[in-house]
Design a protein around this ligand. Structure first.
Ligand SMILES: [Ca+2]
Length: 322
């Protein structure tokens, strides 16, 4: 409850325009006996829609349900997200959305690499999750992989796909001003939508971890030596700064610098040059925080500035992130 109140206050800071969004597709499960095109593909039974929700139970390994009832293909962009309201009673916490793409005009099935994982809270209470797939091209099917654990009870109120507010960012610019907008960074899972405000961009953790991902970049790692990270947190965080030479939103686990945040205002400088993994193109950057019930604010403070600040290899301090 406390987290929800904080969320409301944070959202109140953003402009009406930043909230502009449009529903692309929704499965509400409000008609008894109608699963609206979803089926219990693997290790789920029974599978019943009644009283406004879809109920099912995990009966074995790798439980998942899927639909090909999008009807119209979705033309993809980074700012589309899936909203899921779910009650889960079990032990497992890891879930995933997979999507089926249209490749070269042909409809393909679900394949590894076209998925986004998110953490769930299996406490038998209702929770709403926001997941940004960062999918590409066109999508025609959706699959929900549920947490493992025989006997896990699942109740779904709805699954909705939204077109969120689009935010522009020049991929060749490593500079962001979070007091103006989210800078096209996204809280892709585990938190509320990352919104820009007078104090900077902010998200509220809805689960044990939130992952923030930058827009697509077109930079070279060799132009930068360090990252300066500044944030404000209401609690302790264990975090990591990740980078990738692909723009699909997947980050190799070895492409990371870890850090601990004590809570409160926090500024650190992370050494990147010298790491054998800090090489080649920089297409995405991401920050991962693991903590329960904390609010992360990415502040543009008086000085120094920035969430992640890159310094040039040539003169040691140019082109800050913010
Ligand atoms: Ca419903």
């Amino acid at each position: 409850m406390k987290m929800l109140i904080t969320c409301t206050l944070a959202l109140g800071l953003v402009t009406a325009d930043a909230c502009a969004q449009e529903m692309i597709k929704a499965w509400e499960f409000n008609t008894d006996g109608d699963a609206e095109g979803w089926g219990p593909t693997h290790s789920l039974a029974p599978f019943t829609v009644r009283g406004g929700t879809l109920r099912t139970e995990v009966t074995g390994g790798d439980p998942y349900m899927h639909t090909m009832s999008l009807r119209a293909d979705i033309t993809c962009n980074d700012f589309q997200y899936i909203e899921l309201r779910m009650k889960l009673d079990g032990r497992g916490t890891g879930a995933e959305f997979f999507w089926a793409s249209v490749v070269g005009g042909a409809r393909r099935g679900f394949v590894a690499g076209e998925e986004r994982s998110f953490q769930c809270i299996p406490d038998g209470q209702w929770h709403t999750y926001f997941v940004y797939p960062l999918w590409r091209d066109k999508v025609w099917g959706l699959r929900l992989d549920l947490p493992e654990g025989d006997g896990t009870a699942v109740e779904l109120d709805y699954i909705r796909i939204w077109q969120g507010q689009r935010v522009e960012h020049d991929p060749r610019s490593p500079a962001w001003d979070f007091t103006q907008s989210s800078g096209a960074w996204l809280a892709v899972s585990g938190g509320t939508h990352l919104t820009g405000g007078a104090a900077g961009a902010e998200t509220t953790l809805l689960t044990g971890a939130v992952t923030l991902i930058s827009p697509v970049l077109d930079l070279q790692t060799t132009d930068y030596r360090v990252a300066c990270l500044e944030l404000y947190s209401t609690g302790k965080l264990a975090g990591g700064l990740y980078w990738a030479d692909e723009s699909d939103g997947s980050f190799p686990g070895c492409n990371a610098v870890q850090f601990d945040v004590p809570g409160g205002p926090f500024v650190t400088t992370l050494q990147l040059a010298g790491s054998p993994m800090w090489t080649g193109a920089l297409k995405r950057s991401g920050v991962d925080e693991n903590v329960l019930a904390a609010v992360v604010g990415l502040h543009k403070a008086k000085a120094p500035l920035g969430i992640v600040e890159f310094h040039s290899a040539r003169n040691h301090r140019v082109r800050p992130f913010v």
